[in-house]
Ligand binder design. Structure first.
Ligand code: PNS
Length: 189
């Protein structure tokens, strides 16, 4: 039988538990899922492409049928290059729908053979976005439970380089800090 390959494109700046939830759902229905980080020279992301890739690779290790890649140019062209037949996108609320519909229809216009598949993340992530996570973290609010603990730690280091220095000098302190964060549970493939 033909393998169904899907791509899950996005900025992932940073990846959140909402993204992870969607990856898990996608991994359950597609034979192969490629998490594809957009290389966008016009945007100034908080995390570099390499950092985002490392975080996503670490988050997706438990899924044997998921891999992480980067791409530039049109999403549809990338999808065809990797023999994908579906584009996975998450819809959290009605407000996402208009933009996602526009993108899906434009992508269909360019490559009608590619299907966009929309999935809903778990309810507890329906308000969650990378933009809000960045903003809350930058302003000193708690993002515990909204991103994997490793991403939380990286955000702290990014926003307060002094923490990175402290952890580098005393790695145990860093681990204790990570241990304090809520661990995400759930079914893994
Ligand atoms: O996580 P995001 O930022 O919502 O992801 C948006 C993304 C990367 C899926 C979208 O910007 C995209 O597909 N960009 C690649 C360029 C492209 O194909 N543009 C035409 C879209 S119809």
């Amino acid at each position: 039988m033909k393998k169904v390959i899907a791509i899950y494109p996005g900025s992932f700046d940073p990846p959140t538990n909402g993204h992870l939830d969607l990856i898990e759902r996608g991994a359950n229905i597609f034979d192969e899922l490629i998490v594809a980080i957009l290389r966008n020279p016009e945007k100034h992301p908080l995390f570099s492409l390499a950092e985002r890739r490392l975080m996503l690779e670490s988050m997706t290790t438990p899924f044997r049928n998921v891999r992480v890649e980067t791409f530039d140019g049109l999403t549809v062209d990338y999808a065809l290059r990797v023999s994908a037949t579906a584009i996975l996108r998450g819809i959290r609320a009605i407000s996402d729908y208009e933009y996602e519909l526009q993108m899906a229809l434009m992508n269909r216009k360019m490559h009608p053979e590619l299907e966009t598949v929309f999935m809903m993340p778990a309810e507890q992530y329906s308000y969650l976005s990378s933009r809000l996570v960045r903003e809350v973290a930058q302003l000193g609010g708690s993002i515990q439970g909204l991103v994997p603990s490793m991403v939380e730690q990286r955000l702290r280091e990014k926003l307060d380089p002094a923490i990175k220095l402290k952890n580098a000098r005393s790695p145990r302190a860093g681990k204790a800090e990570i241990g304090k964060t809520e661990k995400r549970t759930g079914k893994r493939k």
